[in-house]
Ligand binder design. Structure first.
Ligand code: KG4
Ligand code: ZN
Length: 330
């Protein structure tokens, strides 16, 4: 039997300081997530400088806790995978610098890992049978991408947002109607009591790209003109319309590529309505995958998984690794 490979994952791209220990890329031994949501909530969004400072305070303790929960020591680690982009530069630098220091001190390989690849890899942890090729819809606070996953480390973006990421639209709608930050889970909850009876605009583009600024502005204007509008109905209508947009493009892409396996990824894939509507596609012969909720939002287990696949594919970073705030996945 081949030796197990133990990856320590480190994630600090936004407002979660996270460290995880993952065996052979798919088995989570620990996944410690220190969320700063409570700290940023009062500002209505993530304040980059405050996020960096909190990552600095948290990182050592979070890594130690991840090893403790996995019942392992530093010497048991085979490689260190850290997020080096995309994300907030100051926040990323904390994880990257820490991982570089640890890699040097322990003399273990360092793998700079793309945060978006991490979101995709969250599916490998939840679904032990999932293998490329498949189509992945990445819907998060910073990204809305339709990606053809050709292999574990080979990707092609076939559609992306031209303006707002879908998570941004959720957060903005929530803020405007007074639900607070982060808005996605609040809109999700509010929509459950509503009826999707308000017509909202859908922007159709002639390729597989998305656009959410029109619907976001329409919701803001509706609320501005009529502050007493039923918020549950507005949330339900917003969710229904954006889900239709997501499904239309995803199915178009699946048909073009002749692919039946579709995975969801990213924070917004925790949305209960979106999930259900995608699950309904199974009746049409598609196989739908999505990570368990804790792996949808930012966490280090997904980074360890993506880093592991990079490692076995021969990628290795050195101590010149730097944070790249606008890192792409292709
Ligand atoms: O993936 P993520 O944690 O961070 C990024 O990489 O961007 O995604 C965060 C986003 C936020 O916009 C948040 O409002 C949204 O995911 N989100 C949700 C839900 N849970 C988190 N959006 C809709 N419904 C949810 N249940
Ligand atoms: Zn993320």
């Amino acid at each position: 039997m081949e030796k197990d490979i133990i990856t320590l994952g480190i994630e600090s791209s936004c407002d979660e300081t996270s460290a995880a220990v993952v065996k052979n890329g798919r088995e989570v031994l620990s996944n410690v997530i220190n969320s700063q949501i409570k700290i940023h909530e009062k500002f209505g969004g993530v304040v980059p400088e405050i996020a960096s400072r909190n990552h600095i305070n948290n990182i050592s303790g979070v890594v130690e806790e991840a090893l403790k929960q996995a019942d392992l020591t530093y010497n048991d680690i085979d490689l260190i995978a850290c997020t080096y982009g995309p994300g907030l530069v100051g926040a990323l630098l904390v994880g990257v610098s820490y991982a570089k220091g640890l890699s040097y001190a322990l003399n273990k390989p360092l793998i700079g890992t793309n945060h978006i690849e991490g979101h995709i890899a969250a599916n490998y942890i939840t679904h032990k049978d999932l293998k490329p090729p498949f189509l992945c819809l990445i819907i998060s606070g910073g990204h809305t991408h339709l990606v053809h996953i050709k292999d574990y480390t080979e990707f092609e973006i076939i559609g992306k947002t031209r303006d707002d990421a879908i998570g941004e639209a959720f957060d903005k709608v929530a803020r405007v109607i007074g639900l607070g930050y982060p808005g996605g889970p609040k809109v999700d909850k509010m929509a459950k009591d509503g009826e999707a009876n308000i017509e909202l605009p859908k922007t159709h583009l002639d390729n597989l790209d998305f656009s959410f600024s029109g619907i976001k502005t329409a919701v803001i204007n509706l609320h501005h003109k009529n502050p007493d509008i039923n918020k549950s109905n507005l949330c339900a209508s917003f969710e229904k319309t954006v889900t239709e947009i997501l499904i239309e493009n995803t199915i178009k892409a699946a048909k073009q590529l002749n692919i039946k396996s579709i995975a969801l990824a990213g924070g917004v894939s925790a949305n209960s309505y979106i999930r259900q509507e995608f699950i309904n596609l199974e009746k049409k012969g598609y196989k739908i995958y999505y990570p368990e909720s804790i792996l949808c939002t930012d966490n280090a287990a997904m980074i360890a998984s993506a880093g592991y696949y990079r490692y076995i594919n021969g990628t290795k970073s050195d101590l010149t690794l730097n944070a790249i705030p606008n890192l792409k996945i292709e």
